[in-house]
Every structure is written in C-alpha cells, then in structure tokens.
Design a protein around this ligand. Structure first.
Ligand code: FE2
Ligand code: FE2
Length: 273
C-alpha cells in the first residue's frame, strides 16, 4: 500500500521503545478501550469504500476520502494496535480482530448510509465528534508519554476530519435544501448507532479473547464494559462534544446556549452505556 506524502504524522514518529509500560499495563479499562478502538479504526476501510461510492461525481470529496481520510483512519488502527501489542503482548490481537471484522463487515454495508448526501455528511460529523471526544478523553486518562503523544495525534486528525465533513455538509445542506429538523433526526439517529454498533461489537470481541472462560457470560461482559466506560465518562470533554454535535444545526446563539447544559448530560448517556 502506498501512503500519501501529506500524512500529518506517521508510525515512525512514535518510539514504542520509550513506552513506560508500568504506567499503563495494569490498567485493564485502558486496555479494553484502546484495543476496541484499534479494531474499529483498523476496520474503517469497509466504511471508506462505501462512502467513496456514495459520493460518485463529487471528485473533490471522493479524492479526499480516498487519499487522506482512509489512510489516516487506517493509520490510527495500526498505531493503536502497535501500542496494544507492545504493552499487552500476551493478547492475541490478530484473532480478536479477525472475529471482529467478520461480524462488523456484515453490518457495515452501503444500506447503512443515509440516502441524502447532506444527511450522511451530518452523520459523519457525529462519528468524528465521537472519535475526537474519545481520544481527548483517553489523552486525559493517561500520563504515559507515548500514549499521550499518540492520542493527541489521533484527536487532532479526528477534529480535522470533522471540519472537512462539516464544510461539505454545508454545501449539500444548501443544495438539497435540508431542513433543520431532518438534520436533527439524522444526528440523533447516528448518536444512537454509535452506541449500539461499532464499539459494542469491538468490545465484545476484545472481551472474548481476553476472558475466554467468560465469553458467554453477558452479565460479566456488561460489568467489565461499564467499568471501562465509567473511566471514559469521567474524562469525556462534554462541552466540546456538545458544541461539535450541535454545530450542524446552525442554531441561533440563544437556543444554542439554552440547550448546551441539558445536552451535555444527555450526551454522556447516549455516548456511553
Ligand atoms: Fe480515527
Ligand atoms: Fe476520523
């Protein structure tokens, strides 16, 4: 695979040998979150191909998706996987990912995309909001220097992806004359899907490999996952998340301010179990 010269950072910028393993290895919650993220990111080429097809005729957006976005998302997966393998070498990443990919590939089809291009772009803004928030939270969780550097790189990429999707969303919103209500519906639907699909499937497969004797124990899975998500929740940059989520609605400033606090609470509930 060839890489575009414009990648803002590369795997080589990370010195895995400088990882202070003792600072992270005992943190099982962090392991679950990093490993499930590495699965989702590594599976993102499924989604990119669907999206590229969805925007046939829009050469600029298609070119960006193919030449930048896809490479960057896959690099997130590779870098996170390399980190996980280095700190938790006993974990069989390949088998876990293979199992995840088999299930994820079946649910991640073109039918999942919004018919309207503008609404699909609004939905993409939600996904990038979710990832930007996730990596900012993970950055806040840890004091391990290499992980801080990595999560900071990824977070900046996700914010940039958001901005790119948002710019194109505005073009299609005007072109397709999409009402604010329809945008709201698309945003809300996508927030619910984030919670239900990608991360849930990924966490399940991390759990099954990590705790093979408990692989069918649903109660134990929920217990372990909610503990990890509790950690995330305490570090969720709620204000940033809500601002990014609301932006595509283009609300008048007063309404925006009035909604911010209640939405911060709702967002925490929606993004996490
Ligand atoms: Fe990513
Ligand atoms: Fe992204």
């Amino acid at each position: 695979m060839s890489y575009p010269a414009t990648l803002p950072w590369t795997l080589e910028s990370l010195d895995l040998n400088r990882i202070e393993v003792d600072r992270v290895r005992q943190n099982e919650d962090l392991f679950l979150l990093l490993c499930s993220s590495s699965f989702v990111e590594s599976g993102s080429d499924l989604y990119t191909h669907n999206l590229v097809d969805h925007f046939a005729g829009d050469d600029e957006l298609q070119g960006w998706l193919r030449d930048h976005w896809e490479h960057e998302e896959l690099q997130h997966g590779r870098a996170l996987a390399a980190y996980v393998r280095h700190v938790w070498p006993e974990f069989d990443w390949d088998t876990g990912f293979r199992n995840f990919f088999a299930e994820y590939g079946a649910v991640c089809t073109a039918e999942e995309l919004e018919d309207s291009r503008g609404l699909e772009l609004a939905a993409r803004c939600v996904v990038e909001t979710g990832t930007a928030s996730l990596y900012r939270a993970l950055n806040d969780v840890t004091d391990e220097p290499v992980l801080r550097q990595l999560t900071n790189y990824i977070k900046s990429d996700e914010v940039r992806h958001y901005k790119h999707f948002y710019q194109h969303f505005r073009i299609y919103r005007d072109r397709e004359k999409i009402s604010r209500f329809k945008v709201f519906r698309a945003l809300f639907k996508r927030v619910r899907e984030i919670k239900n699909e990608d991360s849930d499937i990924a966490l399940r497969h991390v759990f099954n490999i990590r705790y093979p004797d408990k692989a069918t124990d649903d109660a134990e899975f929920r217990r372990v996952i909610s503990r990890a998500e509790g950690l995330l929740k305490r570090h969720l940059p709620a204000e940033m998340t809500v601002k990014m989520l609301l932006k595509p609605l283009d609300l008048p400033p007063k309404v925006h301010t009035a909604l911010e606090w209640p939405l911060t609470r709702i967002t925490e509930k929606l993004f996490l179990h």
